[in-house]
Design a protein around this ligand. Sequence first.
Ligand code: F0G
Length: 391
Amino acid sequence: MSVWDQRRVSPKSVDQSGVWRFRELLPEASEAEIVTMVEGNTQIWDAPRCAEYAGMNRLSFKHLGMNPTGSFKDLGMTTGITQARRLGATSVACASTGNTSASMAAYAARAGMKAFVFIPSGQIALGKLSQALDYGAVVMQIEGDFDDAMKLVREVANESPLYLLNSVNPFRLEGQKTIAFEMMQQRGWQAPDRVIAPGGNLGNSSAIAKGFHELIERGVIARTPKITIIQAEGANPLYRMWRDNAETLTPVVGAATLATAIKIGNPVSWPKAMRGLRWSAGEVEQVTEQEIADAKAMIGRDGIGCEPASAVTLAGIKKMVAAGVVNPDEDVVAILTGHILKDPDFTVNYHAGALSYAGKNGEKVAIESRYANAFAHAPAERGAIMKALGF
Ligand code: F0G
């Protein structure tokens, strides 16, 4: 622990990285092989307005959207691309709802590799698409959803020299497990009662559980937080499995949510996620589109902000406090996974009262903008502006 603490003030990138700082617990790589953008080192912030909104006495967010490409994917991409380099790969591939593609494209560029990203056509947020384009990836828009893209990229990777960098790749999860390490280091090795994360393809929640497990096995921390996974109601296969006490996961066909990052019906890492849930005595909850949109606006009001998928955490806590599952006294850290600027369309539409989604029968369902911050308008004239401002 003291070695890990000392590395925070080292001038070397591999020491400053919130991933490689913990390299004793990571797959082996020499310094020359490591591809790092000094990822990690993301803030934990108190969120008093959000705590009040959820009915909690306190609440904090660890914001992984503050990573180099604006999402937690960088934590797994530094280890994934490093492994690709160790294997001599020259081209890498992934299917993505956007963030993985942005992150892989950036790290591949840093490593001088060619990146191929498979994305569901027209279904990823513009911030993410623009990143993949600027970082020079081959952007393959698949006429299908994420689950189709995921299946196809696995088939293509099997028959080509492409090295697959979705979270089925265990080297990705090795990097992402450092979320637990860094959180504990920031908190003086005191575990919270609960860690809440969004669930999509279910790699991240699995990785966080693995991280806590390793710290307990080594006696670094004394107890585990309950790993709690929140899904969007329209993309909730893990929630259904949990609720029904089922042995296996039944995919949701045609998953639907405006939180496009987690618009996934057939998550590949569900067995690992279940292991982490059972081991930590965790929970799974689901939230509606309206709950996600309102929670996102509240996270903004605390001056923090996030992309829609991240806001399921606050929506989920609020629901679980109301149901008596979460105690208002609990020490909870919620994981914000993506930066507010990833999906500005969602945010602006919410505040303009223009956010809607397609209901079960294709009908348009309007989101109520309960916490909207409406635009003010005035002619380009001082007196009119003073009047509009109420002075
Ligand atoms: N939050 C954000 C912002 C995401 O981008 C993702 C996943 C998740 C949560 C869910 O994490 O899949 O590990 O359960 N995005 C992937 C992608 C699928 O392609 O960018 P998970």
